[in-house]
Design a protein around this ligand. Structure first.
Ligand code: SF4
Length: 326
């Protein structure tokens, strides 16, 4: 089998927790806690979980926009932590990100044409005519009217602004795009159009997506596999159409009004009672025990490992461990 495009090995991102007048470090927030996964070429891997589960930090660390505390990120065989700034800069065009709020990620003083041309100016020595031709080509690829080239972000709709962001991300022919909640801020009808556009671009350009979302419905529509995150860890990883094997995944699935109806967003929180533990002080045992409807005595003592439960399907739950259930 071909080497994966992206490999995360025991990736960990801890942020120092400071207190008091002297801002002394009193602990760490475990935003990402030992995540290992692979993204194949041309694949979409969905990363789902509630707000604050660490999925955005994971996406940023995968592009080395955030420095990991430990662990390794390998892109196309290159260890991103072992290369210098110049080598990383040379790789940047192949690693792109699309954000939830294109209004915030676009410069309000830059026209659409300038915004899309900016990566070309920065990374290519192309003359202006060639850049202009590429901008026109990209606008067409993402379904933007060329008449919008001289317009500013404030003059565009939310969907048009997201199309500009996607055109910018595509400018340098990336291999990997981290899509961080790219449709969460959009109206229902526009949401469907942007998901269809991402799907079409992937088929045409062979892109690989890390698709981050709180919404299992949108992920189900676009992704091949899905990784479910809870408190900085992967609790389930498997094919997108597999039945949920972890109680948390089951709760997320239940929160989508109609899991097949990917056009309508799910709420940002799963319908669970019980307290969400602090990522600065995760409990002993299973981190989901305080909210799990199937909790057993052993869950509060022993942390479940992510183990294979079927071909290509892993879950971190004692319900799948015959010894723990005995
Ligand atoms: Fe629930 Fe126990 Fe499984 Fe954790 S290990 S998800 S508490 S059943």
């Amino acid at each position: 089998m071909a080497e994966p495009l992206l490999q995360l090995e025991e990736l960990t991102v801890h942020y120092p927790l400071r207190r008091g007048f002297l801002r002394r470090v009193v602990g760490a927030v475990r935003a990402v806690d030992g995540v290992s996964l692979e993204l194949r070429r041309g694949e979409t891997l969905g990363i789902v979980g509630e707000t604050g589960c660490g999925k955005t930090t994971l996406g940023r660390a995968a592009l080395r926009l955030v420095e990991p505390t430990s662990g390794r990120v390998r892109f196309d065989g290159t260890d991103l932590g072992a290369i210098g700034a110049a080598e990383l800069r040379a790789l940047r065009p192949r690693l792109q990100m699309i954000f939830q709020d294109p209004g915030a990620s676009l410069n309000p003083r830059m026209t659409v044409g300038r915004a899309i041309a900016e990566p070309l100016e920065e990374h290519t020595g192309w003359p202006p005519a060639r850049q202009a031709a590429r901008v026109a080509e990209l606008m067409e690829a993402v379904g933007l009217d060329r008449d919008l080239m001289g317009h500013y972000p404030a003059e565009l709709s939310g969907g048009e602004r997201q199309r500009v962001s996607i055109a910018r991300a595509l400018a340098l022919e990336p291999a990997l795009i981290v899509c961080d909640e790219p449709v969460a801020a959009l109206d229902v009808s526009i949401r469907a159009q942007i998901l269809a556009l991402l799907e079409d671009l992937q088929a045409r350009l062979g892109l690989s997506y890390l698709f981050i979302s709180h919404d299992l419905g949108a992920v189900r529509h676009l992704a091949d596999r899905v990784a479910v995150m809870y408190l900085g860890r992967i609790v389930e990883l498997g094919p997108v159409d597999a039945a949920p094997a972890h109680p948390y995944t089951a709760a997320l699935a239940a929160s989508a009004p109609d899991p097949e109806d990917w056009r309508h967003p799910a709420p940002a929180e799963a319908p669970l009672s019980g307290d969400l533990p602090s990522p600065a002080a995760p409990p002993a045992g299973c981190a989901f025990a305080s909210r799990c409807p199937e909790v057993m005595a052993a869950c509060r003592v022993h942390a479940p490992a992510l183990r294979a439960i079927a071909a290509g399907h892993r879950a971190a739950c004692h319900l799948h461990d015959p010894e723990m259930r005995a």
